[in-house]
Design a protein around this ligand. Sequence first.
Ligand code: MF3
Ligand code: CO
Ligand code: CO
Length: 269
Amino acid sequence: MNTQKGRLTKDGIRIYEAADFAGMHGAGRLAAQILDDIAAHVFPGQTTAELDRLITKWVEDAGAVSATIGYKGYQHASCISVNHVVCHGIPGDKILKDGDILNIDVTVIVDGWFGDTSRMYVAGKPNRKAERLIQITHDALMKGIEAAKPGNTFGDIGYAIQLYAESQRMSVVRDFCGHGLGRVFHAPPNVLHYGRAGSGAVLEEGMFFTIEPMINIGRPETKVLADDWTAVTRDKSLSAQFEHSIGITADGCDIFTLSPSGKFHPTYG
Ligand code: MF3
Ligand code: CO
Ligand code: CO
């Protein structure tokens, strides 16, 4: 039953109202602030469990709620995906070593609004291949965001990401996608990071969704480990991911999860 305000498109995509952007900016800002603050704690010798413990505390301190604790049985405030882990890595006693690359993905609920974002970090110094993968993945997300405007389609977003990533001889993961969000964590549509220009639903002002491409150095295939969460590349090649939550505006989009201090890209801050 549609108990929320606003309307649904024929594809079941919710159109939010102008006033709802403020709620999404609030949730997105907290998630991005947490990703800014965790950067100083990523170093060789650190465990992913400790990073998650800090994130859990910061979400609580902010008076917010973690969207992932209790989500389908998941028990942590973050997903931390190291090296060939594509996504949904579970924080644990794994010790980061020099040159490890990792994605930290945080989703918070603030006043009922969901903010979902992830970035790459490096423990110590990355090798040149890893650094290049991170740069290309970041830029692929930004190409997708550039295509996110009214009149374009979801296919245009996927096409822009795939065209760029493959032009750099990287591959796009097909097994996971972005998603609508707002007052819920995961809603229609599935936001594919590959596709044909002009395909899919037309973007309209008031649509809220994530773009979160996972890009591999090797082949795109993934498999999920026995813990039922951790997704890895089948060929064990390195994988990277960046994620923003955005809202379509009259002439483009608002990024809800911009870094308050410009640290979204690991080498910019
Ligand atoms: N934050 C992830 C996303 O981008 C979802 C994580 S669900 C979890 O959609 F349960 F694994 F945390
Ligand atoms: Co997401
Ligand atoms: Co996420």
